[in-house]
Design a protein around this ligand. Sequence first.
Ligand code: S3P
Length: 425
Amino acid sequence: MIHGISRAKKFNGSPKIPGDKSISHRGLILGALAKGTSEVIDLLEGEDVQSTARCLRALGVKITKKERSTFIEGIGERGFQQADGVLDCGNSGTTMRVMMGVLAGRPIKATLTGDASLTQRPMKRVSEPLKLMGATFELSRENYAPLTVRGGPLHAIDYSLKIASAQIKTAILMAALCAEGTTRLTGEIGSRDHTERLLPYFGAEIRATESEISLKGGQILTANRLRVPSDPSTAAFWIGAASLIPGGTLELENISLNPTRIGFIRALISMGAKIETELTQTNPEPVGKVFVQNSALKGIRIPEQEVPSLIDELPLLAVLATQAEGTTEVHGAEELRVKESDRLEAIALNIRAMGGSIELFQDGFKIVGPQKLTGAAIQTFHDHRIAMAFSIAALVADQETTIDHPECVAISYPTFFETLKDLTQ
Ligand code: S3P
């Protein structure tokens, strides 16, 4: 299937944005570990979150849905069941990496696998610290899935993170919950902090400062009721479109305004975008409204320390940079090469296909705008964020753009194309 998109004459609306993907995974997993039945409201219905639910169900966790609520009967002091077959994590890096940590200290054996993209993504970065805690892992080609974990008694570690990855951080914290002693994390711990915020919400004691996170082992979580805010990484596509399209306006409610997630909004404001936010809730997650009005954009240099807080939005930021006056430059984003696709290559290939230009680095890119884009055949590499970022590029391009494998948007935003149509009609 190929989806065609043409230049937008307008862009206005107040769409309801689906639930946050990162918080949805954590809601399911923390609920599965807790004692009692948790209720998660507005869980994202995307395929990645379904991958987490599928793995948990295979391990004996009962998960049911009624209207907007998902109920999870947690294992508490009981263990997981030995799964019958292989645990299929689909396209979801968060499912695989966090489940590695969840399983590391549980007395069962499990094999995790995924699709063609996930089985090419590095997993040693997670198995390495978990092995130091006492778990046993067998990885394919020493770094990849399919991989097998044999959980066992764990001991706490002091570990300095080398990569600012919330998936690695969360995996270690999940293992630390059942390790003997207090696990301490230092180094690159500034990635999205949903796990640190949600663990206390599910009854755990955790100390998290800017320089250190510590968690004492042997804690059993307690069930809770969690409302999932809307995903700022999903909202970003509409925030970007409203900024670009003449006369564009957007009003959003219930968006996660977690500071570790909204580097994209901060960057866009520095580029001259007219964006206002209004906080309506702070606990367990900051949530609020976002208002956007079209305005001229100028290029900026993204500070490297901001990269983790906008890592998933960089394909979209590259698209916006083609329309901004001056130079936009990003460094310190080498992680983009090991996401659902090599996103740096995918960005460059598609910008060039649309007649734009970009200088690519091993860890980022430089784009000098404004550039005229022409509709082209976009190659998504089955990567949801590439499909959505270049759908926004199509809205400001001459002639029609086609998106290959458009169904990949279902990973995080199943109704993306319907909403795109509503907002531009
Ligand atoms: C996620 C962490 C990020 C992000 C991914 C979701 C999470 O990955 O790119 O979409 O929910 O923890 P890394 O931890 O690899 O940076």
